[in-house]
Design a protein around this ligand. Sequence first.
Ligand code: S3P
Length: 437
Amino acid sequence: MTPHRFMPSGPLTGRVRVPGDKSISHRALMFGALAVGRSRITGLLEGEDVLATASALRRMGARIEPDGEDWVVDGVGVGTLLQPDGSLDMGNSGTSTRLLMGLVASHGITAAFTGDASLSKRPMSRVIEPLSRMGANFTPSPGGTLPLMMEGMQPAVPLTYRLPVASAQVKSAVLLAGLNTPGTTTVIEPVPTRDHTERMLRGFGVAVTVEEIGGERHISLTGPADLTPCDIVVPGDPSSAAFFAVAASIVPGSDLVIENVGLNPTRNGIYRVLEQMGANIAYQDEREVGGEPVADLRVRHARLHGIEVDPALAPSMIDEFPVLFVAAALAEGTTVTSGLDELRVKESDRLSAMAAALAAVGVSLEEREDGLIIDGSGGAPIRGSANSAVESHLDHRIAMSMAVAGLASEGGVAIDSIEPIATSFPNFAALIEDVTA
Ligand code: S3P
């Protein structure tokens, strides 16, 4: 574990380009692996989570190699994934695990999934349940966790499944299983979640239909499906950009352009909420990249004020609450969040991890079962950590959020370990240095 102290900084200025979107990068590799022929990916996130997906897909027969700045994927086709030898190490990555379980579920192969201490605590029953109904067989660890063995079923049985939790990973697992399942597989989403799977499958030539029925989204595809290889450009990750947007908003004098930020409406909740809090965000050069809306964001320091965050926005900013809590800690007045039970089953229990870390650096807050209530400093720097480092709990987003808190503190914030940041944003600390230099 490498501890690191993020010191109070001067204004964030200039321009910064964050790495490719993590969700889109996983999917680009997986769909490339399912297409027969060569796909090219520009802007792939080269973080540990995405590399875990790449290495698992290689073990199942795909060729995946860097090619200059790009990556090329030579896919094996739907229905012809190979039996992997040995277990698939998913590291810290829930997305790799749950989506790949969907792929394996409808192939006649067996696979063992393992992960790190954080991933091994996370619930897998949410995918085991629907994929079992499609015919796959699972032997998880007690509590429905990793390490886990699974046996796919070929041909699997198509399923119509209403999501009991708002989860794009569960939605995607079922749809990916459906690709090699004869007949129509449908996922019903009472609450919309990120739609990268639907968008990108269409780009690979799969007829995905989306119907609004009684306020719910019915997403269907018919298997077995053929994927046509294609070239994909991955936009910058709005979740990674959020750390810079919050940092520029709370550090006085900041004026920062964050380039190439994906703004898919199922992902941009953090920017809408920051604006409700008074953030100064200008959307420049709005355009489309790889079928996703993208813009450069110019973010200037602003006096933020506390708000009651609409719980209906949660799915569109589910990974951004840790850094939103930091914005709230610097705002004037109280910020109330609720409806965030899902945050307890992410890479860490993000409600308790952020409550403990923020309290340790002098922020006044209350932890509720489903959210935090935070009393902001009114813009004054927060105290910062004393002797002991705050705990990141093997969670990249806790580490990066507390790093941002350090920039707007009196004494800096020490974090127990910054290694987890490499799962999603390997050059985070270097970019922070660049824009605060
Ligand atoms: C993701 C979906 C979200 C998100 C995760 C990535 C995806 O998880 O938290 O970081 O790529 O589908 P859930 O599906 O559990 O909500």
